[in-house]
Design a protein around this ligand. Structure first.
Ligand code: 5GW
Ligand code: MN
Length: 291
């Protein structure tokens, strides 16, 4: 692969780019923070590879209200200049607005059932992503990015996130001791993680990878949830608990810092140089109850 001539600052071997945060996991997966990478170099590398990105969102019942702002913000900040398909899973296809997208980008609406319990709405995402992985995603895209819809992009999210399998550090739990992570602690559950294990606490609202790795991840999580369901067990943080179990034994090849999933309710700590993907403030009672 031949790159064009580029002029940029020389990487400095004895001058770390960040000293305030961990930028590499013990299994040598980069942790992506502002200041640790050069997007120009990455873009030049990826431009020659011709790849397509799918981003999955679920808008079930009232959550269709989040779609418009989500897409508008993604058009501004998410994989700008790349080929992107928005896969919108919804039970209310007629509520999905028609929107103008940049060249090379499109929306695919996938009709899916809704579930009465919100826990099932959240957990069944794993099954639905899995089911579309082999029928559709693997033919249409190279990478999948699976995110919550009650979010907006607020700064660049580009090819720096891409890797075979990636997860995101939860904004509420970085820096805590592992035994205080809200992993599932019931040994009977398929999501169980003992107090003396665990690397990071990953967020359920942002993960991805190549289509085959996302198939494996979602297939594991869905099957584990079904095994637990037979036993009348539901892990404490639903799909997120099973995701954390998966990542413990299938280590991600890249880890996104909380820049990629922030909630201003956590304040703005000094190490957080950018807030790229932000939770939309929502009135939980208003949106969650009685539908
Ligand atoms: C409804 C009530 C309570 C919790 C979740 C829902 C819900 C979630 C819903 O009615 N419809 C829906 O599409 N979802 C999907 O699940 C959305 O994509 C949402 O982003 C995702 C996770 O649920 P969140 O965002 O409410 O969970 P938190 O942990 O971010 O608050
Ligand atoms: Mn959310």
């Amino acid at each position: 692969m031949k790159l064009p001539r580029m002029v940029y600052n020389q990487p400095e071997v004895v001058q770390p780019v960040r000293t305030d945060v961990l930028i590499m996991s013990p299994w040598l997966a980069p942790i992506v923070w502002d200041g640790t990478y050069n997007l120009g170099i990455l873009n030049a590398q990826y431009r020659q590879r011709k790849f397509r990105v799918g981003i999955t969102i679920f808008a079930i019942k009232k959550y269709t209200v989040f779609v418009k702002k989500f897409i508008e913000s993604a058009e501004k900040y998410f994989m700008v200049g790349q080929k992107v398909t928005y896969y919108i899973f919804t039970d209310r296809a007629s509520d999905i607005p028609v929107m103008n997208l940049a060249e090379g980008r499109s929306i695919a609406v996938l009709k899916v059932p809704s579930y009465p319990r919100w826990q099932d709405v959240s957990m069944r995402r794993m099954e639905m992503i899995r089911d579309s992985s082999h029928t559709r995603f693997s033919h249409e895209v190279d990478y999948l990015v699976c995110v919550d819809v009650d979010m907006t992009f607020n700064d660049e999210v580009g090819v720096e996130i891409l890797s075979n399998l990636f997860g995101t550090l939860h904004p509420g739990m970085f820096g805590l001791p592992r035994d205080s992570y809200t992993y599932e602690r019931n040994p009977q559950s398929e999501a169980y993680i003992p107090a003396d294990e665990g690397d990071f606490y990953y967020a359920g609202g942002f993960f991805g990878g190549n289509t085959e790795e996302v198939y494996k991840l979602t297939n594991f999580c869905h099957k584990a949830m079904m095994v637990d369901k037979e036993k009348n067990i539901e892990a404490v943080w639903h799909d997120e608990s099973y995701l954390n179990r998966y990542f413990l034994y299938h280590k991600p090849t890249k880890i996104l810092s909380p820049e990629y999933l922030w909630d201003d309710n956590f304040g703005i700590p000094a190490f957080l140089k950018r807030r790229r993907f932000l939770a939309v403030p929502k009135n939980h009672d208003e949106i969650r109850n009685r539908r």
